[in-house]
Design a protein around this ligand. Structure first.
Ligand code: EPU
Length: 428
């Protein structure tokens, strides 16, 4: 059933909100579990649909997966022999399925993973993933919509320099190299906290990895890995979402479980724009100043730069801030879907190539809008809170992929956000 959020404008959320485990870490850790025979346990796993899909994918590879969303625990029991085919039906539903590529080639000598195709965030390439695996000695080709990587005699460590610090490619090379013969060195590696979390899991499994979190990762291959237990890091993008929510709505939120260190660039920008940003015993607090928020320019970059996943929130913030700002997207080609929906709410924003020029207006005005991906959907809910009247945000399934029970979190903070069936326009 299609659902939508009904958002009433005008609330200033105040209180504490708890950050869930990182989606983009949990999915990769689940995929990496196939590297070791036996039972790996992951905790602090978010209760989101993407985890259910990854569980289904791993089951299709003969892994016995027990996912308890309420407890946030996934137990993965990996057999001696795992399958090697990631079906299009699942990959299409979850682009992050591509993260089984590295672990499968390393463990079974073969991976057949459906090519994901385009999505609302632009056509994301896989050339860096495949070049990395080829450098490690795998033969890679595409056949009938599947990326097929074969290394029947195992992989061999080597030096790999990434043209761009791709998160997914760094992860696939890392998870492939842990079982390769000899030393692999990844230069210009992605430095995201999720890479560090993955490396921590691999080290706990017995892998020899150093340098994760820097641009140079060194991996010394081992014969086999052992299962382990590991807690997923807090979701920095969810934490950043709440930080922007506080700043945009002139609220005051304690973000429990949030890691300030992971959000230096966006929190620094909010602080310079007049917000109070301070650590607390349980996370950090972001409180807007008494005056209207002040516009600021943003340019997204790989970590530790301003995260592309927070870019829709920066546009939303600027759309009601005092002044004008330029938001530049440097990581993805087409990630400005929020703009046309914000325009329906009365925002003054124009896309020009990979820039958006935003002129702040005093108030948005409520209207029906459509979420097209996780982040733009969450950003539209925040926009609804600073719009006069009611905003209906359709496409809630996108928001559910990253923000479990989003409406309940808002209500606990005093904002009126409710979930309801989404009637097609011609039905009413
Ligand atoms: N790219 C290539 N070739 C490649 C790999 C990447 O050209 O082989 C390009 C992409 O087209 C893109 C850029 O490099 O323009 C960045 O891609 P990257 O590989 O770094 O991103 P990703 O691994 O596909 C992850 C997150 C995204 C997040 C980005 C950037 C997951 C499942 N996804 O994607 O998260 O935006 O890193 O930080 O980890 C989200 O959670 O909403 C989301 C989209």
């Amino acid at each position: 059933m299609r659902e939508r959020f009904r958002v009433r404008g005008g609330a200033r959320p105040v209180g504490a909100v708890t950050v869930v485990g990182a989606k983009n870490s949990a999915l990769k850790l689940m995929a990496a579990s196939v590297l070791a025979e036996g039972r790996t346990t992951l905790t602090n796993v978010p209760a989101i649909a993407d985890v259910t899909i990854m569980a289904e994918l791993l089951r299709s590879l003969d892994v016995d997966v027990d996912y308890d969303p309420a407890a946030g625990v996934v137990v993965l029991d990996v057999p001696e022999t795992v399958g090697h085919r990631a079906d299009y039906r699942l990959v299409r539903a979850l682009r992050a399925s591509i993260s089984v590529l590295g672990p499968l080639v390393a463990r079974t000598g073969q991976a057949d993973v459906a090519v994901p195709g385009g999505d609302a965030i632009g056509s994301r390439g896989l050339d860096l993933h495949t070049a990395g695996l080829e450098a490690l000695g795998a033969a890679v080709h595409v056949s009938h919509g599947y990326l097929i990587a074969e290394a029947p005699h195992g992989l061999t460590g080597t030096g790999i320099r990434l043209e761009f610090p791709s998160v997914g490619a760094t992860e696939n090379i890392l998870t492939a190299a842990v079982l390769a013969r000899g030393r692999t060195r990844i230069d210009n590696a992605a430095r995201e906290p999720e890479i560090v979390d993955l490396a921590d899991l691999l080290v706990a499994m017995g892998a020899r990895v150093s340098g994760a979190g820097s641009s140079h990762i060194v991996i010394d291959g081992v014969e086999a890995l052992q299962p382990t237990s590991h807690a997923v890091i807090p979701d920095r993008i969810a934490a950043g979402t709440w930080a922007f929510a506080a700043a945009t709505t002139r609220g005051d939120l304690e973000i429990v479980g949030g890691v300030l260190e992971h959000l230096r660039a966006p929190l620094g920008a909010l602080e310079r724009a007049g917000c109070t940003v301070e650590p607390t015993d349980r996370g950090f607090r972001v409180a807007a100043g008494p005056a209207r928020p002040v516009a600021f320019d943003v340019a997204t970059l790989p970590y530790p730069g301003f995260p592309t996943d927070l870019q829709p929130f920066a546009i939303t913030y600027n759309s009601v801030a005092a002044g004008s700002a330029m938001v530049t997207e440097n990581v993805f080609e087409a990630r400005f879907r929020t703009v046309q929906e914000l325009a329906r709410l009365g925002a003054d924003a124009q896309v020009d190539g990979h820039h958006v020029m935003v002129h702040g207006v005093r108030m948005l005005s409520g209207a029906p809008v459509e979420a097209s991906d996780i982040r733009s959907g969450a950003a539209l809910v925040i926009a609804g809170l600073v719009a006069e009247g009611e905003t209906l945000v359709s496409g809630v399934h996108h928001i559910d992929r990253g923000y479990p029970r989003f409406e309940e979190a808002w209500r606990a903070l005093g904002a009126e956000v409710s979930r309801e069936p989404d009637e097609e326009p011609w039905e009413g």
